[in-house]
Design a protein around this ligand. Structure first.
Ligand code: PHE
Length: 345
């Protein structure tokens, strides 16, 4: 039997050395190492041996089995390695080819524009106050001098979202945040404040190249003991200069229920430098924002005594500023999610 085992070992290893594909390897494994294979058959004869012969035969049988198994494992690795180098040679890799370009993400132009506005106001000492987008009719209108059924409501076509006693709506402007900022930061009308209130506003409008049903506004509010109209003009002029460069601005009378007096600020057209062009409708100026001195009723609703405190407020359409800066011809591009537009920024 010892001879038989040795012969089996030599023969199997000899055959294995010629095998280079997986199917043949599997055949080899079944033939020699399988449950009904030649080695198993040899080992089953161990029981028939005499006491003297058994130990040596058993030991050799185990050795043969171990050497066949390790040769089998080594062959698996060798076949894998050979397949790999063959495929590398037959399909050569050009490691000098340039990589595939990775698309970089970027900030939305409206976000970049808002951040520019925050930075300028931040440098001028205004902190950001976040007010809510879902508002009550009371805050959006009544607290800032626009009672129910007042014709001024026509200026803010409104999305009402619940018709309860306290009508709930999507804010049509950031001005209700004035009341919330005064109440939350003013400490019962004892502290001055300087805030900007940015965020999304909604209007029930027919969307067009100039109007969207949603847009960002940035409201500003300064309340103090000696704030005058001169502070309003000086501060807003400084903002315009930082945002658009040192070009002329002009103020003229306007009307808002929550400011008195009210003024609109224009900046000299950044396209034609005041000569006149389609962008400024040949006026030489672009409308930038609405503003005014905070109405005494509004101050009182915010907790301040209007005999001692005064303030100015303004509201600007943020996308409008970006439109002017970049010469964008349609406001709907902002929320249209068209990458051909977004990737230009
Ligand atoms: N809330 C006004 C609007 O939506 C803008 C504004 C804000 C005007 C603050 C004056 C003061 O048109």
């Amino acid at each position: 039997m010892l001879d038989e085992l040795n012969r089996l070992r030599n023969e199997s290893l000899e055959q294995l050395s010629h095998i280079w594909d997986e199917a043949a390897l599997e055949e080899w494994r079944v033939k020699f190492l399988g449950r009904n294979g030649l080695l198993a058959a040899e080992m089953s004869k161990l029981g028939t041996l005499s006491k003297e012969e058994k130990p040596a035969a058993g030991k050799l049988a185990n050795e043969v089995k171990a050497s066949l198994e390790s040769a089998y494992q080594a062959k698996i690795g060798a076949i894998k390695q050979r397949n790999l180098s063959e495929s590398l040679e037959s399909e050569p890799l050009d490691v000098t080819l340039p990589g595939r370009p990775v698309k970089r993400g970027r900030l939305h132009p409206a976000t970049e524009n808002l951040r520019e506005i925050y930075r300028i106001w931040g440098d001028m000492g205004f902190q950001v106050f976040r007010s809510r987008e879902v508002e009550s009719d009371e805050m959006n209108f009544q607290m800032i001098n626009i009672p129910p059924h007042h014709p001024a409501r026509d200026n803010w076509s409104t999305f009402y979202i619940a018709d309860t006693d306290q009508r709930v709506l999507l804010r049509t402007h950031t001005s209700p945040g004035q009341i919330r900022a005064m109440r939350e930061l003013g400490q019962n009308g004892t502290q001055p404040l300087r805030v900007i209130l940015p965020g999304m506003c909604y209007r029930y409008e027919q969307a067009s190249s100039r109007y969207e049903i949603q847009f960002n506004q940035v409201e500003g509010l300064a309340v103090g003991r000696n704030i005058t109209f001169a502070d309003l003009k000086g501060t807003l002029t400084e903002f315009a200069h930082r945002m658009y460069g040192n070009r002329p601005v002009r103020f003229y009378g306007d009307h808002f229920p929550f400011t008195e007096p009210s003024a609109q600020m224009d900046v000299q057209c950044i396209i034609c430098d005041g000569v006149g062009c389609p962008m400024c409708k040949y006026t030489g100026y672009l409308e930038i924002l609405g503003s005014g001195m905070v109405h005494p009723h509004v101050l009182r609703n915010g907790g301040y005594d209007p005999n001692e405190w005064s303030g100015f407020a303004f509201g600007l359409g943020a996308e409008r500023i970006a439109i002017l800066k970049h010469g964008i011809e349609d406001i709907r591009y902002f929320w249209g999610n068209d990458l051909r537009f977004l990737e230009q920024f």
